[in-house]
Ligand binder design. Structure first.
Ligand code: GLV
Length: 304
């Protein structure tokens, strides 16, 4: 029933007594026998070729890979993966990289490599280092909570106002610039939508405090690559930690690889573990078959 195609996890990951799994590209199957699809970025037109599909189960929290398909069957519900464990991992990633920068760990790595005892102060106290979360939804909210727990003044921006203890909520387009102007570290958790593509350009970077750092765990397409490099080179930005890119894998000749102010990770900020994957799929199928309402159904027009 499920072709778990286009995910790194194998077919055995999804084995369950409540359905039969076929793997697209490996197993023979008749399109009309497929009830559920599980995957991440299927090629355009593929889902339309499954005439009896009841539900599309996204393996990512971001569903831009589905919505980019002009033939996506919009009448079929699409659910996205918003397991809290994934959000906690993304929070760990964001916090770890912010701390490496804030506490200047690279400096000490270098001193150790040289065998030198070299102390320096943190450039800014924790209480004066403002963390901003751009896109404070399910995942962004968890990241904000974690920064706030460490004593950083923390705020987040989202379309609608959020209520998270010790986190200041900025909402809507009218409050975006104020939010950016007070974010010394900006962690980006936005979905890819027509409004967010290319949003982080030269003008956007100019709104951040001078020397701000960015951590992108969302989508590469929100950043204009050349403008990011220019902002880092001019000193407008201090550092960029990038987990996501316009083209993945990041092409070997891309200037990001060798840039001294860029840290690259290969889209690993939050990886779905096999046991989470199975529980998620089984739960979706079981509830759908029982006619129960599913959570995390994507609003196709909104894009997340
Ligand atoms: C991964 O990028 C996701 O959307 O979950």
């Amino acid at each position: 029933m499920v072709p778990p195609a286009w995910v790194a996890l194998g077919k055995e990951t999804f084995a369950s007594p409540i359905y039969q799994v076929v793997l697209h590209g490996k197993d023979e199957y008749r399109p009309e026998d497929i009830d559920y699809f599980v995957g991440f970025r299927p090629p355009a037109g593929f889902l339309k070729s499954l005439p009896k599909l009841k539900l599309v189960i996204s393996f990512g929290a971001g569903v831009d890979g589905f919505l980019a398909d002009p033939q996506f069957p919009r009448q079929i519900p699409l659910v996205r993966f918003t397991e809290p464990a994934l959000a906690y991992e993304m929070a760990q990633h964001s916090v770890m990289h912010a701390l490496i920068i804030q506490r200047q760990q690279r400096f000490f790595d270098k001193a150790q490599a040289e065998g030198v005892w070299r102390q320096i102060m943190m450039p800014r106290a924790t209480s004066a280092t403002r963390m901003g979360i751009l896109g404070m939804g399910e995942i962004g909210g968890k990241i904000a909570e974690r920064f706030a727990m460490l004593g950083f003044p923390t705020s987040g921006w989202s379309k609608t106002r959020k209520n998270i203890p010790n986190v200041k909520s900025y909402a809507g387009d009218g409050e975006l610039n104020t939010f950016l102007g007070q974010s010394d570290f900006l962690t980006v958790v936005l979905p890819q939508t027509p409004q967010t593509i290319n949003m982080m350009d030269r003008d956007f970077f100019a709104k951040l405090p001078k020397g701000a750092s960015i951590i992108n765990v969302a989508r590469g397409s929100v950043i204009v690559d050349a403008d990011l490099i220019a902002a880092l080179d001019s000193g407008q930005l201090g550092h960029a930690v990038l987990d996501v890119f316009r083209t993945e894998p990041l092409p070997a000749d891309h200037p990001f690889w060798k840039h001294p102010k860029i840290t690259i990770t290969p889209h690993i900020a939050g990886l779905t573990s096999p046991h989470m994957a199975l529980a998620y799929v089984e739960n979706c199928v079981r509830r759908n078959e029982a006619g129960e309402k599913l959570s995390d159904i994507v609003d196709i027009d909104r894009g997340y």
